[in-house]
Write a protein that binds this ligand. Structure first.
Ligand code: PLP
Length: 397
């Protein structure tokens, strides 16, 4: 069967693959601890569910404006100004079908075939796939030498005359690392100097642990305003991944181009979901997010304490999102319970079968000795799962 070259440029999301394998085992009656989820285990705040219900009951069944409901864009512009200290008008803001579609539209609006895009690694595989789908070339930039913080020096070494964009994702998926403001400022100044786009993904920007600071490149370096396109989401902080509402802000001509592209792809984000997130955009549910942060803080501490008891695993301590990126380099290449472990996918499979824990293979993020652990699950499950990990990993040969 003939499929397009476009379709053959990408594989399906590998993070989804890990989830599906865990589901398959669970459907056979096995109690699997799922460390593979990329979303909170909570219900959305009651006020959002109520707003969704009210929206569904009302006359909200029609297409919305392509760029999003005017009242949502206005609320977002205010929220961006207060949270990120970047003044934006509603015309510089657009609502998208999740951050994921916002990122894709940004790639389509800003990249041409032959352009190169610097993508810090480990990094979320969707960035690489979307750059390819836009016809451009992803250029991986390794950050393991700087504890997963991308440095302008590393980016500069990878820059060529064809470099058009750098992706900055902080807090980061999969590492949970937050880019320190000083480094972010240096990256922003470097991008301005070389006229590169910064595609800034702050989908986890509200999920930062005490002690770390989530900053915005434009607040740090005002000249970066003309080269920065920012993508954010309600998904992670308000536990509404399935509602599919994200947002983008940037220079008005970029937003206009993205709006045109959106008009031919999704028309707009879902009308009811846009109405439903209005209270969140207006800042009425920030106590929910504060509660999420303290819940995650307790879980983060639990994972950290458990990992200290497992010498075969190392990790850079994360400061945001809900991920730990575990390095099993002493295990990969050997055997576990008699089974050869050639790379992260084999290791994830063995841990699923022998410890009944599901983790996401690091191969999906460009790091094949690592597994991503999501601690967006209850503390009892975290404790059980990590006890099982300790038991099974001690059999490494
Ligand atoms: N950006 C990053 C870094 C992510 O990890 C994810 C989801 O895992 C997204 C964006 C997508 O978020 P949304 O649900 O808003 O599409």
């Amino acid at each position: 069967m003939h499929l397009s070259q476009q379709a053959s440029r990408v594989l399906g999301s590998r993070t989804t693959r890990a989830r599906n394998r865990a589901e398959a085992l669970r459907s056979r009656g096995v109690d699997v601890v799922n460390f593979a989820a990329g979303e909170l285990d909570l219900l959305p705040p009651e006020a959002l569910r109520h707003a969704l219900y009210e929206a569904a009951r009302g006359a909200t069944n029609r297409y919305t404006e392509t760029a999003g409901l005017p009242e949502l864009r206005a609320a977002l512009a205010d929220r961006i100004s207060s949270l990120s200290e970047v003044n934006r008008t509603p015309g510089e803001v657009m609502v998208t079908t999740g951050a994921k579609h916002g990122l894709y539209l940004a790639c389509l609006a800003l990249l041409d075939p032959g352009d190169e895009v610097l993508i810090p690694q480990p990094g979320w595989g969707t960035f690489t796939a979307q750059v390819r789908l836009a016809g451009a070339t992803p250029v991986p930039v390794e950050t393991s030498g700087s504890e997963f913080v991308p440095l302008p020096e590393q980016l500069e070494r990878a820059r060529t005359g064809r470099t058009r964009m750098v992706v900055v994702n902080t807090p980061n998926n999969p590492t949970g690392v937050v880019c320190p403001p000083e480094t972010l400022a240096r990256i922003a100044a470097w991008a301005v100097r070389h006229r590169l786009w910064i595609l800034f993904d702050e989908s986890y920007g509200e999920l930062v642990l005490p002690g770390a600071v989530h900053a915005h490149p434009v607040a740090l370096v005002p000249e970066a305003r003309e080269v920065t396109v920012t993508v954010g989401s309600f998904s992670k902080s308000f536990a509404v991944t399935g509602w599919r509402v994200g947002h983008v802000h940037g220079p008005a001509p970029v937003i206009e181009a993205m709006k045109n592209l959106q008009s031919h792809t999704t028309s707009s984000a879902s009308s009811v979901a846009q109405y439903a997130v209005l209270p969140a955009a207006r800042g009425e549910l920030d106590t929910f997010v504060a509660d999420v942060r303290s819940t995650l803080r307790a879980r983060h501490a639990l994972v950290g304490a458990a990992l200290r008891e497992i010498p075969q695993v190392t990790a850079v301590t994360p400061q945001g999102a809900f991920y730990y990126f575990l390095d099993f380099r002493t295990v990969v290449g050997g055997k576990l319970g008699g089974v050869p472990v050639a790379g992260s996918e084999a290791l994830a499979d063995v841990l699923l079968e022998q410890a009944h824990i599901a983790l996401t293979p690091g191969k999906a993020f460009g790091a094949d000795t690592c597994l991503r652990l999501s601690y967006a699950i209850g503390t009892d499950r975290i404790a059980e799962g990590l006890t099982a990990l300790k038991r099974v990993i001690s059999r490494a040969e």
